[in-house]
Design a protein around this ligand. Structure first.
Ligand SMILES: [Zn+2]
Ligand SMILES: [Zn+2]
Length: 388
């Protein structure tokens, strides 16, 4: 019997042939072809368009819609995601989303996370697919909703037909219409497939190795701006692992999260709805507690000779953090009371006005506290002892 981490697990030849075959072909055939021929504009444009359609079907469809249920989508949107998701050759929605739910549930656990980053870069990038490891075995017990979803089950049943049909049919049709069959097949068929594979795989590997951890260090997931560009926003993986039910991955206004923008813009025309956002106070709390934790660690690492002098500073830092946490709690309580009142339809103008004023005052106070806390954190590891 194989164990979950058994290196002698049987090889998955289909995956090996597809993943290596396409990558090697892209690296050799495309440059060789380009030596003798020019690629048509249609070949390049179709590569870009199909790469985006493929990528967003994984990020917006497979991931944020089906694996995490962060919003609801019109059947037309689901159909597009299903078709172009099949084209990425990343397996059916059912297998992908159920495996991904297991990844979240057991993140980093070498025995249960199908692509645990603790088993190294290569394993989490592609290695996990090349053998039939027990850690990656299908188990749909975490996906009863998907098992009941007719579109998901239709795709699961006809996955190979859809995968072959889209991968050959779409590039062939475009190539035929544009009069550049080989150029389109190579760029929007082959290169697009390899590009879509590698960018998605980086989320399981690089986004668990390279980047910041502003929200939690309980797992290896990182926020990485560069990766977010190529992965339509999925690079904000540290946020995502803590707040997986949020339809956004990049929550700051300046973060590039193309998938979030797509889902939000589709909601303006009624094609998506019930977009879930994690409460602002929970996000702020996670960020502040990480900053506080790091500041404390840095202070504790100072030489023992200065520890006595640091006592007062440490106390001040703790106090500021407590004040900020308390304000966050008050804000959450106020939000709850407001929610109850609106639900019970006590919507008279005066009550709402009072709420508005209380929210405003509390938010002003939180902003000032946050600034003070951040100023203190910035002084670590060389706090100005004179101030303490
Ligand atoms: Zn992850
Ligand atoms: Zn996820």
């Amino acid at each position: 019997m194989t164990t979950r981490v058994d290196p002698n697990s049987p090889k998955n030849w289909a995956a090996i042939i597809v993943l290596f075959g396409t990558a090697i072909a892209a690296l050799t055939v495309i440059p060789a072809y380009a030596w003798f021929h020019d690629f048509s504009t249609t070949a390049w444009v179709s590569f870009v368009v199909l790469a985006i359609l493929n990528g967003m079907s994984i990020t917006g469809g497979y991931h944020r819609l089906w694996a995490h249920r962060t919003y609801e989508a019109h059947w037309l949107v689901r159909l597009v995601f299903m078709v172009f998701g099949s084209m990425t050759l990343q397996n059916s929605i059912l297998i992908w989303a159920s495996g991904h739910r297991t990844h979240h549930r057991h993140v980093d656990d070498p025995e249960h996370d199908p692509y645990s980053a603790k088993r190294g870069f290569w394993f989490s990038h592609m290695g996990w697919m090349l053998k039939r490891y027990e850690s990656g075995a299908d188990n749909f017990s975490n996906a009863p909703d998907l098992l009941k979803d007719p579109l998901v089950m239709f795709q699961h049943k006809h996955y190979y037909a859809l995968a072959w049909g889209t991968n050959l049919g779409i590039p062939l049709l475009i190539g035929f219409l544009a009069g550049d069959v080989w150029g389109v097949l190579l760029l929007s068929g082959l290169l697009r497939l390899v590009w879509s594979h590698q960018t998605t795989f980086f989320i399981n590997s690089l986004a668990h190795i390279w980047g910041r951890r502003p929200y939690t260090d309980d797992n290896t997931a990182r926020d990485n701006d560069l990766l977010a560009i190529f992965t339509y926003g999925e690079g904000y993986h540290n946020y995502h692992h803590l707040f997986q039910y949020d339809y956004r991955n990049g929550v700051r206004w300046y973060q590039l999260d193309a998938t979030k923008w797509l889902i939000a813009s589709l909601s303006w025309v009624g094609l998506t709805k019930n977009l879930k956002r994690c409460p602002k106070f929970a996000i702020e709390k996670a960020r502040a507690s990480m900053q506080f934790k790091r500041a404390q660690e840095k202070l504790d690492a100072q030489p023992s000779t200065v520890q006595v002098q640091l006592e007062a500073f440490k106390e001040r830092l703790s106090l500021e953090y407590d004040h900020f946490s308390k304000a966050l709690q008050d804000w959450a309580k106020l939000k709850e009371a407001w929610y109850e009142d609106t639900k019970n339809s006590f919507k008279n103008g005066d009550t709402m006005k009072t709420y508005k004023a209380r929210f405003k005052a509390l938010e002003r106070q939180m902003k000032a506290q946050r600034k003070r806390l951040q100023a203190l954190v910035a002084e670590v590891p060389s706090p100005r002892l004179a101030m303490a």
